[in-house]
Design a protein around this ligand. Structure first.
Ligand code: CTP
Length: 479
């Protein structure tokens, strides 16, 4: 963050000729015009962005049309949204959004505001956070002058998210802002100001009028931050998580019986998520798998007088929860969902192998089931070791290295990843003159198991020999 002087702001603005062109156009039309919102915030944060929001005290549409004329209709592309009084100009990969300064008021049960023309001050009043409510004048006479009625710059310096007006009004007007509040706090590692946070708690129920698509958009931005746990802790603390992701929120408890407690699986899940997020290039979907890997623990929790707390089969229960959860959250239901489901279902396997003896056949089976996702699965499992007991942690990681080593050897030797048995159903049906039937399935499964168990090499002739023997035992005759 840099506290830029007006001279420095001007210097920055002058690196892009568009700003003085917009200012000149506004002067010609005789209207005031300002750069606002995220662009101004990111100017001080020194984060480059291509989204430029401009407020005109007058008509945004007239202004956008005039700017397009100047840029040349061949170079610039204009889209008008008359219903909203906004216009967009695309020019050399930049998106310029023009809007007339406005005053907004909202009715209780809708996000659709009643909009009237207003002053710059009205426009700044209706914005979500002080750090997003700063404006920089583009007219020639005041080029680069910062208009910051809510001390957004101070909040940017101090790392604070606060609303410009009464937070109850700001959040109630547009409840999506509650998600944005937590998202900005996470991305920027800012504190949510006390009154603003209290309003999150009071207004959380209003989130229900926001569509799942918009909520997930913000949630994904939290997920993709360097330390997503910050956002989930805040969402839990204010009660929003219980509404949008109750399955995760429910993991936030510790039960004690006979002096024995289990770990808090909510904080554990967040630690795993942060571990994954801190790794180079970890995808959004690996992050989702990390967040949800223990989601089945609430339903699988049992008390056993000898073993203590157990969570048997939590991976299978968790796997089953992924489809309904993705559907409800409006997350994709394609390969990406299947990937998360697979990782949640398989996340205990490397641990079981590492805990026991690392046999070839166990590793071969894991490789077969995980396919190309084996590396991500191993990354998830390593991230899952959050024990504070250093000896325990070292042992697990050491065993995982062994599993990885074995995976590599077997992969090179047997080519099991994504393997299709070398004798397929078609060939079996032809050789034994069978229609599709139970016997064909049985032969296929027996062959797959024999290869995975290392009894038969992953080669056609050896596999055919095995099939012939099995078929003979079943009384099938080759034609
Ligand atoms: N805004 C708002 N309330 C919203 C959304 C946006 O008040 N629910 C205002 C804020 O002033 C914001 C500006 O509109 O800065 C632009 O919004 P948007 O482009 O969605 O977000 P940015 O702040 O630019 O941030 P990001 O690009 O990271 O989403």
């Amino acid at each position: 963050m840099k506290l830029l002087t007006q001279a420095q702001i001007i210097e920055r603005l002058n690196t892009n000729p568009i700003f003085s062109l917009i200012g000149d156009t506004a002067d010609t039309l005789g209207v005031e015009c300002y750069l606002v919102g995220g662009y101004v915030r990111d100017l001080f944060l020194e984060r480059p962005t291509n989204d430029i929001d401009v407020v005109v005290v007058g008509s945004g549409i007239d202004m956008a049309s005039a700017v397009t004329e100047r840029l040349g209709r061949r170079q610039a592309h204009l889209s008008l949204f008359r219903n909203f009084g906004t216009a967009q100009v695309k020019w050399h990969g930049q998106e310029l959004e023009f809007v007339g300064a406005r005053r907004e008021s909202y009715s209780h049960d809708s996000r659709k505001p009643i909009v009237e023309d207003g002053t710059l001050e009205d426009d700044q009043n209706r914005r979500d956070f002080t750090i997003n409510a700063m404006a920089v004048c583009l007219n020639k006479a005041r080029f680069g002058e910062l208009v910051d009625p809510f001390d957004g710059l101070l909040d940017l310096k101090d790392g604070i998210i606060a609303t410009p007006l009464d937070p109850d009004i700001t959040f109630s007007d547009d409840p999506l802002r509650m998600m944005r509040c937590v998202r900005f706090a996470t991305q920027l590692r800012f504190q949510i100001e006390e009154e603003t946070f209290a309003a999150l708690e009071r207004n959380r129920e209003r989130i229900r009028i926001i569509s799942a698509e918009r909520i997930i958009d913000e949630l994904n931005k939290i997920m993709l931050s360097p330390r997503p746990s910050i956002g989930f802790v805040e969402l839990q603390r204010c009660g929003l998580l219980e509404i949008i992701l109750p399955e995760l929120s429910a993991l936030d408890n510790v039960e004690t019986r006979n002096g024995r407690s289990h770990k808090n699986n909510f904080y554990h899940s967040l630690e795993v998520l942060d571990n994954i997020a801190s790794q180079e290039g970890s995808s959004l979907w690996l992050r989702w798998a990390a967040l949800l890997h223990d989601i089945g623990k609430t339903k699988s929790k049992r008390w056993d007088p000898v073993a203590g707390w157990t969570f048997h089969n939590h991976n299978f229960l968790g796997e089953k929860m992924i489809v309904p959860l993705f559907r409800r959250l409006k997350l994709p239901l394609d390969e990406r969902m299947k990937y998360v489901k697979k990782l949640v279902g398989l996340h205990m396997r490397p641990i079981v192998i590492a805990d026991d003896e690392v046999t070839d056949s166990a590793v071969r089976r894991l490789l077969f089931e995980a396919g190309d996702d084996i590396d991500d699965l191993m990354r998830l499992c390593e991230a899952d070791i959050t024990s504070r007991n250093e000896v325990k942690k070292r042992n697990f990681l050491q065993n995982f290295r062994l599993v990885r080593q074995k995976l590599k050897e077997i992969e090179e030797k047997d080519r099991i990843r994504n393997f299709q048995p070398p004798v397929d159903g078609e060939e079996i049906m032809q050789r034994f003159a069978l229609p599709p039937c139970r016997e064909v399935g049985e032969l296929k499964t027996a062959l797959k198991d024999a290869i995975l168990d290392g009894i038969v090499p992953n080669e056609h002739d050896a596999a055919l020999q095995f099939i012939r023997e099995r078929a003979a035992e079943m009384g099938l005759r080759e034609v």
